[in-house]
Design a protein around this ligand. Structure first.
Ligand SMILES: Cc1cc2nc3c(=O)[nH]c(=O)nc-3n(C[C@H](O)[C@H](O)[C@H](O)COP(=O)(O)OP(=O)(O)OC[C@H]3O[C@@H](n4cnc5c(N)ncnc54)[C@H](O)[C@@H]3O)c2cc1C
Length: 416
């Protein structure tokens, strides 16, 4: 047990440490990650500090970042395949090592780039890794792990976002080929992707959960076109677009796993996607809270720092507490996922919570920056715009609530 003397010393130390360094720390991550995992985070941090953050403002203005260049940096450092099989160039480590990498991505000074990277590690490749043939993994997974190519995941359509079962893009068998027609909306990395993990209907004679197939489609294939980039509220430096498929022919061997299992594979793949989105958000929230502490400590009103108002420091302590609680859930769920167990319910709860909490952090912190918070000079305003998509992309809050209700057996039958 902590003695009174040690307690007093610890408190003094904490006060001093806080004065010296206000930058993000998390007691949970300090104790959860081992030395190697902290090492992974340092490597990520170095790439971010040297190759990403100094250029983020420019890329945000331009509406695109050089994904190939950045992916290669990550690939060369082994960061795009941490938990992927050695056979395809991965490191073969467990999911928590990958989680360490994802969490460190939250240090990028914008939301678009970390998510663009996570598309490759956690959205376009999990099903391929689990169910793809050796040939397909050699052709698409291995170069994705090396960072030689950029990928995208194409599920959503203009008429089907939340309703994944309602997609209309078709891939019809003609001899040994599939002929694809349709359009995919909101696709992250669309303009820079070399290949896309596409969900399409391969048959009309089975129900909506058994007629879908995931297919690896090279983006240079004839019949694929893109219109101009979507102009977005946030995630300015990641390119998002509509992909049109008109009589696009790919070999049927590009099917991931079994034909007709695409819906199920995609639902499984969503677990990684949702957990990754949450992991990235943790450090981003920590950083916004830390920056707000730094600012409010120096900004004086009525002769005292803004931070000294009890409402301000209590609110920041409350937000920090919420982030740590969420972090605990992310860590536990990542460990379970690493054992190949289904985490759909927990991942949905986490996705719901992170969408809402990041909005609360953004709004609560921005308020304490006053007018400065409303300018584009500070990270908090970009964060305010970027985090909004968290409650929409990858499944809206309401979609998460529906999934949770299903697990609670309280979703009315007609909504299922
Ligand atoms: C920046 C960005 C990047 C994206 N990247 C990709 C990508 O790379 N690949 C990809 O496939 N997709 C991507 N998406 C698409 C994203 O996954 C969808 O936008 C999302 O699933 C919601 O679909 P929707 O936009 O069609 O909204 P809709 O399905 O039209 O839903 C609209 C709203 O209805 C409400 N709603 C939904 N379901 C229910 C319900 N059951 N009960 C009550 N209310 C409900 C919600 O508030 C929801 O926001 C991206 C989206 C954005 C904005």
């Amino acid at each position: 047990m902590l003695s009174v003397k040690t307690f007093a010393k610890t408190s003094c130390f904490l006060t001093l440490a806080n004065k010296l360094c206000r930058f993000s720390s998390s007691s949970l991550s300090e104790s959860f990650y081992n030395e190697e995992q902290h090492g992974i985070q340092k490597t990520v941090r170095k790439i971010i500090d040297v190759d990403i953050n100094p250029f983020v403002d420019e890329w945000e203005r331009r509406g695109e970042y050089p994904a190939h260049k950045i992916f290669k940096k990550f690939g060369d450092a082994g960061l795009l395949g941490i938990h992927k099989p050695l056979e395809y160039g991965g490191l073969g480590l467990d999911f928590t090592y990958h989680l360490a990498m994802l969490e460190a991505l939250g240090n990028v000074n914008c939301g678009g780039i970390p998510v663009s990277i996570a598309v490759q590690t956690d959205m376009s490749t999990p099903a391929l890794m689990r169910f793809g043939s050796h040939e397909l993994k050699s052709e698409f997974l291995a170069p994705s792990i090396r960072g030689d190519v950029v990928s995208a995941v194409a599920v959503s359509e203009p008429g089907a976002g939340s309703d994944v079962a309602g997609i209309r893009t078709s891939a019809k068998r003609v001899g040994d080929d599939l002929v694809i027609n349709g359009e995919k909306m909101w696709i992250t990395n669309a303009y820079q992707a070399d290949w896309v993990c596409l969900l399409a209907n391969t048959t009309t004679d089975r129900g909506p959960h058994l007629n879908k197939t995931l297919i690896c489609v090279p983006m240079e294939t004839k019949g694929i076109t893109l219109t101009k980039k979507l102009d977005k509220l946030g995630f300015r430096s990641s390119d998002t677009g509509i992909i049109y498929f008109e009589d696009v022919r790919v070999p049927a061997k590009n099917i991931i796993g079994e034909e007709g299992m695409g819906f199920t594979y995609q639902m499984m793949q969503f677990q990684e996607e949702r957990l990754a989105a949450a992991a990235i958000s943790l450090m981003a929230m920590d950083n916004i809270i830390s920056e707000t502490i730094q600012y409010t400590q120096t900004r004086k009103i009525f002769g005292a720092p803004v931070l000294d108002n009890q409402y301000v420091h209590f609110k920041l302590a409350e937000l920090k507490t919420e982030v740590e609680m969420l972090r605990a859930a992310v860590y536990q769920t990542a460990k379970t996922l690493g054992k190949n167990q289904d985490v759909t319910e927990l991942a949905s709860m986490i996705k719901l919570k992170v969408g809402r909490l990041s909005r609360e952090v953004a709004d609560g912190c921005l308020q304490f920056w006053g007018g400065m918070g409303f300018t584009n000079e500070v990270n908090v305003s970009r964060y305010y715009r970027d985090c909004r998509v968290g409650s929409i992309g990858g499944g809206s809050d309401e979609t998460m609530l529906s999934i949770i209700c299903k697990y609670m057996s309280i979703l009315p039958k007609k909504s299922k």
